[in-house]
Design a protein. Sequence first.
Lengths: 188, 109
Amino acid sequence: MSKVISVLNQARFHGIADVTELGVQGMISLRGDLSSARLKTAARTATGATVPEPHRVTISDQGGLCWMAPDELLVLVPYAEVSTRLTKLQDALAKDHALAVDVSDARAVFQLGGPHAREVLAKLSPVDLSARAFTPGMLRRTRLAQVAAAFWMTQDEAFRIVCFRSVAQYVFDLLSIAAQDGSEVDAL
Amino acid sequence: MLILECPYCGVLADETELTPGGEAHLKRFGPGSSDEAFHGYLFERENPRGVHFERWRHSYGCGKWFHAARATDTLEVFGTYSAQVFDPPEEIRKKITAKRPGWTWKDLS
């Protein structure tokens, strides 16, 4: 079988912040009643992470859960294990009004790190990214310039950004231009 | 800049994160209704200077539709509320009355 590569094949940019396309990431979009005990158990079994509070993520060593909407989670799992974990998730929720779909190949994931990561992202989205307002573990689903994206902050104050695969090059270019050398704003 | 609080996810969403959905609380007239009623449903809209009720969608965020009560002349927002209602809730009407005594909108006041 041919080797799977991600849309930008782990492209990198170094400026006032570091932008990296992270390669393939298993992602399952899960919609349903997030307060249901069965859904909570199924999501925890699939990822080892507990269902997060609104606008937060929980990450475990086998995956993670991102709160995307009052009835939607993004389930993060290793790329190679998507189909087995998706089947388990669908079986566990067979009797519920819920939907689980593999979206791994429809998304791109970026890492944005470095001391100016907050202000690079603040240039592109209508979100308060000051250290007071946006802390590790928080997630926001919003827009980056003209396209939809979601991002969350990891424990080391870097960002993970998820966008549609079809706009991956656009988002990479946006982040690279916002992070070019000499473009510090120092407003945050 | 208009900033509306999404009643579903609680985000204070900037106008650029939202999609406008036009006038709120329309009553649909479909097949079987008179031509006048159907014309009214399709084309007749309020265009007030002052209190107005609108539908918005948090399209770049949680994706939910909701209602907003605001003033078109000052961009003041009186409140946002669930999409699953036919009329503005009492709490929103009280807030508007407190700020704009004597307001009217269609048959509401």
